[in-house]
Ligand binder design. Structure first.
Ligand code: A3P
Length: 284
């Protein structure tokens, strides 16, 4: 079995098995960034896999062949994971890349480039619930069975990738720049097509209606849950154990209401208002 161990990288906690200090330094300081690179950036559990699928489909002009034949982590690899370095260096442009890195450890070369970032934000209470189940599934994540304890960690600075609050606040400092698009998980759920059209516009990709329809259909929760190249069913159980909970768990907004007691909800809101008081965000 794997160790549910953490790595400390300059005060940022990360799941240890999939990262090394070297792999973070590689992404942060060495990664070459090309003008046509597209970065899918998220705090974990905010819609990462969904955007991976949408990007793959947009760049194939709606043709589902790539998403049905190549694993998501090979099509749109994580730049900070040590297992992906060779893959990233073998990709042909335009490259589609994924990361959970906070802005302060994002590739330095990005800032000298015209590369694009898509940053997806999800209601943090739902992120917290989704992360709870993910930590149960992913055998390399530190896990607290007690949900109240889990929430306390989520609200602290001790959560992975700098925690949700620092992550979102850091990335929001780039708001208004032309090469970053902010998406909302909840808005995507409500109107996937409109958001996909908007992503295409941002990327300068001109897809016809039939191609857009195919992106919408093939990136639906149901299609992705059934897609063996995107549902992690090929990952051995000692890494991802989906016996009790599926990676594609619910894919809805508001599941926190089924998990938070009124007291826990109040505690969460208190921290949220303290840490996010200067930030203009609303969740539906
Ligand atoms: P839940 O655990 O709430 O179901 P990430 O990809 O960032 O790890 O996020 C995973 C979350 O996104 C899970 O949330 C998963 O079900 C949801 N998700 C994945 N694909 C989705 C899709 N096509 N539509 C809606 N939600 C999706």
């Amino acid at each position: 079995s794997l160790a549910r161990s953490s790595l400390d990288f300059q005060g940022m906690k990360l799941p240890g098995t999939v990262h090394t200090a070297e792999s973070i330094n590689y992404a942060w300081k060495e990664l070459k960034v090309f003008d046509d690179d597209v970065f899918n950036v998220t705090y974990p559990k905010s819609g990462t896999t969904w955007i991976q699928e949408i990007l793959s489909l947009i760049y194939s002009n709606g043709d589902p062949t790539p998403v049905k034949t190549e694993f998501s982590w090979d099509r749109v690899p994580w730049i900070e994971q040590h297992a992906h370095k060779a893959k990233i260096e073998s990709l042909t442009s335009p490259r589609l890349l994924t990361t959970h890195l906070p802005l302060k450890f994002f590739p330095q070369n990005f800032h000298k480039s015209k590369a694009k970032v898509i940053y997806t934000i999800r209601n943090p209470k739902d992120v917290c619930v989704s992360l709870y189940y993910f930590c149960k599934i992913a055998q390399f994540m530190e896990f607290r069975e007690d949900f109240q304890e889990f929430v306390a960690r989520f609200l602290s600075k001790d959560e992975v990738y700098s925690g949700w609050f620092e992550h979102v606040k850091g990335w929001l400092t780039l708001k208004g720049q032309p090469n970053i698009l902010f998406l909302s998980y909840e808005a995507m759920l409500k109107n996937p097509r409109e958001n996909i059209v908007n992503i295409c516009k941002f990327l300068g990709k001109d897809l016809d209606d039939a191609a857009i329809d195919s992106v919408v259909t093939n990136s639906s929760f149901k299609a992705m849950k059934e897609n063996g190249k995107s549902n992690y069913s090929a990952v051995p159980k000692f890494i991802f154990n989906q016996d009790e909970v599926s990676f594609y768990r619910k894919g809805i907004a508001g599941d926190h209401k089924n998990h938070f007691t009124p007291a826990l909800d109040e505690e969460f809101d208190k921290t949220y208002h303290e840490l996010m008081k200067d930030v203009d965000l609303t969740f539906t």
